[in-house]
Design a protein around this ligand. Structure first.
Ligand code: ATP
Ligand code: MG
Length: 570
């Protein structure tokens, strides 16, 4: 499938969220405005699942001429950090979305949340409860049994106001005191059984400093933030479906003028990886990966470092669409979109991962010539470059067999191959060291085959990549495989997901030889190393002046194979 075909997907039928929005627009609801938001909690780096939500929220705003806010849901200072705030902004921008005038922090509403809580208390709809967390849990009941009222439920409004003030001022008698909404302990929805809305947490906040000792809970802060910002459609993942009655209850009780509509969709799950921030954090903390931006991580920072492009990610998100049912997407679909994009933009270069020396015995000792190498056969506008050819060069060790199996179209004794962009060569002699290890091939070249073509009609099947010994540069290449060895890591309760990591997810090749043009590589460049896959310079190692390339994705297009085989089965 080409990128054009992917563009056609924009002509797809409306998804269920677009249908809701279009009906609202037709009905003149929300003054015909569409305002969405992406509300990350800054307690980790964004991952590809977040990208789905970002593309959806910013995409809907763009499609319907509205706005999308980036709002930090930073109401829990025990887990949140400035590093995460910065990384999230960087990642959203990298995906191509602008939030310059639409950047918000829930922490900026702390005073307002407090006032709303006082408002609820005054209405008799909230109370200070001194049960500890275990007791609260025990009183909550179960799915089959109703809960029990807290003994503190009937405190007077005056008592509640003064106790809540004490909680705020840090004079609280008991650190366990919480403010709870007074709803219904017998509700069939557990979220409605007097949920906690404020808790004591004497922790400094990365934005408000020491000002607060109490912090609001997500369910309370989130709906109010949405309302304050005039959000029209509050789109979230399915696990919040059961929280929707609470979202609506708060906004009704608070008599706000803007009551956004919460809409849930299924979160993205991908095979061979995990997507929960808690699990990703565990991998980082246990040093099972090199950091949040380890190129094997499904984080946007990791994918960027690996060489994934924002376009590939957004095309992928568009393709998987939004639905109400949870499903797991095959990671090869994401890789497919990465290849599609890189095939367009990547410069083709030659790199030998495991070098074997070749001496062209009939090539003059001191001669060096420049050959033309086209940068991308798919795109003439990318031009061509000069590469040097001389008597000594390197080919891939794997491209030579002393005793070739059938259909081995590469190099073997007396066999002839084409060196890409250069000449035909024939292997004349195999040189080994005393221990019998292959160390060099002596070959002859055909001067008539310059550019890799000959007009005498002889067939040379194999084409090898190579680098010239004169100017090749040394460096490292890192090959990646799936982070986990099982398709659904963490699926079994009896197995620690860390045990399911793929021990071969990283292979480091440290004696690679690159063609000299790669000296000029920038971290934002993408390359196809001929016959090896797509690569990019590792941005972290590059800052240390080291030449390390990450393999973004191999050339093999397993998705196309899967698609083709399923087509032939039909
Ligand atoms: P955790 O991974 O610990 O469950 P979270 O991903 O929900 O946390 P948030 O920072 O609250 O963390 O997420 C911000 C937004 O991204 C939320 O609206 C959430 O619904 C959405 N989101 C998170 N994960 C996914 C996912 N896998 N697919 C789609 N949207 C997601
Ligand atoms: Mg969340």
């Amino acid at each position: 499938m080409s990128m054009d075909k992917i563009e056609d997907d924009c002509l797809r039928p409306l998804n269920f969220i677009e249908e809701i929005i279009e009906n609202d627009l037709k009905a003149g609801k929300n003054c015909q405005k569409v305002i969405t938001r992406f509300p990350p909690e800054p307690n980790g780096y964004l991952h590809i699942g977040h990208a789905k939500s970002i593309c959806l929220n910013f995409g809907l705003a763009a499609k319907y001429n509205g706005f999308c806010n980036l709002r930090f849901d930073d109401t829990n200072p025990s887990k949140e950090e400035k590093e995460f705030v910065d990384s999230i902004q960087k990642d959203v921008r990298w995906l191509g979305f602008d939030f310059t005038d639409r950047l918000f922090y829930a922490s900026d509403y702390f005073e307002k949340f407090y006032d709303f809580a006082v408002y609820l208390i005054k209405k008799g709809k909230a109370y200070v409860c001194d049960l500890n967390s275990d007791q609260i849990r025990a009183f909550r009941g179960t799915l089959t049994e109703p809960g029990q009222n807290s003994p503190y439920r009937d405190r007077s409004v005056e008592d509640n106001l003064s106790l809540f003030l004490k909680m705020r001022d840090g004079q609280c008698l008991k650190g366990q005191s919480v403010l709870r909404a007074k709803i219904d302990m017998a509700s069939s929805n557990l979220n409605m059984r007097d949920p906690v809305i404020y808790r004591i947490m004497p922790k400094p906040h990365h934005r408000s400093g020491d000002k607060w000792r109490i912090y609001p809970m997500y369910d309370f802060a989130h709906c109010i933030s949405d309302s304050l910002e005039g959000i029209t459609h509050s789109i979230c993942t399915l696990e919040f479906e059961n929280h929707r009655p609470l979202y609506d209850w708060f906004l009704e009780q608070l008599d706000v003028s803007c009551h956004p509509q919460q809409i849930e969709f299924a979160r993205l799950n991908l095979t061979y990886t995990v997507m929960s921030k808690r699990k990703l954090q565990t991998l980082v903390e246990k040093k099972l990966v090199s950091g949040w931006d380890d190129p094997r991580m499904p984080t946007l920072a990791g994918l960027r470092r690996r060489g994934y492009t924002p376009l590939a990610i957004s095309k992928f998100c568009e393709r998987i669409g939004v639905a109400k049912t949870i499903s797991t997407v095959d990671i090869s679909l994401l890789e497919y979109f990465v290849r599609e994009d890189l095939n367009r933009i990547a410069k083709r270069v030659m790199v030998v991962l495991s070098p074997l020396k070749v001496v062209i015995t009939n090539y003059p000792q001191d001669q060096v010539e420049e050959l033309d190498a086209v940068n991308n056969p798919e795109d003439e506008s990318m031009g061509s470059r000069k590469i040097l050819f001389s008597r000594e060069l390197y080919i891939e060790r794997d491209d030579f067999r002393e005793n070739p199996p059938k259909k081995f179209f590469r190099l073997y004794p007396k066999g002839e191959v084409r060196l890409k962009h250069a000449y035909y060569i024939t292997c004349e002699e195999v040189i080994k060291d005393d221990a019998g290890n292959l160390i060099q091939l002596n070959c002859r070249y055909d001067p008539q085959s310059r550019g890799g073509w000959s007009d005498d009609g002889r067939k040379v099947k194999g084409t090898l990549h190579w680098v010239s010994a004169k100017d090749a540069i040394k460096g490292e290449v890192r090959l990646y495989d799936h982070l986990f060895k099982v398709a659904n890591p963490g699926a079994s309760k009896d197995v620690d997901f860390c045990e399911e990591l793929n021990p071969n997810s990283l292979e480091v090749l440290s004696d690679c030889l690159f063609e000299s043009s790669l000296n000029e590589a920038k971290v934002t460049d993408h390359f196809q190393f001929l016959r090896q896959g797509y690569f990019c310079l590792d941005r972290v190692q590059a800052t240390k002046g080291q030449l390390v390339f990450n393999r973004t994705v191999a050339l093999r297009d397993s998705w196309a194979k899967i698609e083709n085989s399923s087509k032939t089965q039909k």
